[in-house]
Write a protein that binds this ligand. Structure first.
Ligand code: ADP
Ligand code: ADP
Ligand code: ZN
Length: 209
C-alpha cells in the first residue's frame, strides 16, 4: 500500500504514522524529519531549507521532490510506504504521480482551535523523529525519548505565531490536494479530533485494514 497522510500541521499525521508502520509493516517517510535532520547536520539542503521552515513557509518544490524521489527509490519502500508531510503542493502531487502509484490519501480533519492546543504540548526527538505530547502522549521519562534515549525538544517552528502562519500556508497551498485526490477517487477523510487510540481505529476502518 502506498498511502499519503494529509492534514494540517499538528493534525496528528506523525503520531498516526508511527502506529501504521507497525500495523502495516511498511516505512513512513516524513519530509519534515528529513529536513530537520539536514538542518541539524548543517548540510547544503539544511542550509537552503532552514529560513523557509523558521518562517512557517514551504521549502521550494524542487528540493523536496528530489529528496522524496531518492528516499522512495530505497529498497525498504518496495512493498509500500506512508508519506507524512508530502505532497504539500499540487506540483509535488503531480511529480509524485509520475514516480509512484498512490493507493489512498487519508485526510485527518482537525480544526485550528484543537491544533493550537496540541502544538503547545508537542515535544520531539531530533535523533529518531519520534513525537510526544506532554499530556496526551507523554514519554516514560520526562524529556527523554522512549525509543532512542535522546533528549526531547520543542521545535523552533512550534511557537504560536509560526504555528498560525503554517496553518495559513496549509490552507492556501496544501488543502487543495484534497480536491486533487478526490478527483482521482483516492481521498478518504476521518475525524482527527478524538484521542490517539480512537483516531487509530477510525484510520483502520477507513483503510480497511
Ligand atoms: P508538521 O508535522 O507540523 O506538519 P513537518 O515536520 O511535516 O511539520 O514540516 C515542517 C516544515 O518542513 C514545514 O513547515 C515546511 O517548511 C517543511 N516541509 C516539510 N515537508 C515539506 C514539503 N513536502 N514541501 C515543502 N516544505 C516541506
Ligand atoms: P503532525 O505530524 O500532523 O504535525 P503530530 O503527530 O506531531 O502532528 O501531532 C501534533 C501533537 O499533537 C503532538 O504533540 C502529538 O503527540 C499530539 N497528538 C497527536 N494526535 C493526537 C490526538 N489524537 N489527541 C491528542 N493529541 C494528539
Ligand atoms: Zn528518539
Amino acid at each position: 500500500m502506498k498511502l499519503i497522510l494529509l492534514g494540517a500541521p499538528g493534525a496528528g499525521k506523525g503520531t498516526l504514522a508511527s502506529y501504521l508502520i507497525e500495523k502495516m509493516g511498511i516505512p513512513s517517510i516524513s519530509t519534515g524529519n528529513i529536513l530537520r535532520e539536514a538542518i541539524k547536520n548543517n548540510t547544503p539542503l539544511g542550509q537552503k531549507a532552514k529560513g523557509f521552515m523558521d518562517a512557517g513557509q514551504l521549502v521550494p518544490d524542487d528540493l523536496v521532490i528530489n529528496l522524496l524521489e531518492e528516499r522512495i527509490a530505497q529498497r525498504d519502500c518496495k512493498s509500500g510506504f506512508i508519506l507524512d508531510g508530502f505532497p504539500r503542493t499540487i506540483p509535488q502531487a503531480e511529480a509524485l504521480d509520475k514516480i509512484a502509484d498512490i493507493d489512498c490519501a487519508l485526510s485527518l480533519e482537525v480544526p485550528y482551535e484543537v491544533i493550537a492546543k496540541r502544538m503547545t504540548g508537542r515535544r520531539v526527538c531530533l535523533r529518531c523523529g519520534a513525537t510526544y505530547h506532554i499530556e496526551a502522549n507523554p514519554p516514560r521519562v520526562e524529556g527523554v525519548c522512549d525509543i532512542c534515549g535522546d533528549k526531547l525538544v520543542i521545535r523552533s517552528d512550534d511557537q504560536p505565531d509560526v504555528v498560525k502562519r503554517r496553518h495559513e500556508t496549509y490552507h492556501e497551498q496544501t488543502e487543495p490536494l484534497k480536491g486533487y485526490y478526490e478527483a482521482q477517487g483516492k481521498l478518504k477523510s476521518i475525524d482527527g479530533t478524538q484521542g490517539i487510540r480512537e483516531t487509530e481505529k477510525l484510520a483502520v476502518a477507513a483503510l480497511g485494514l
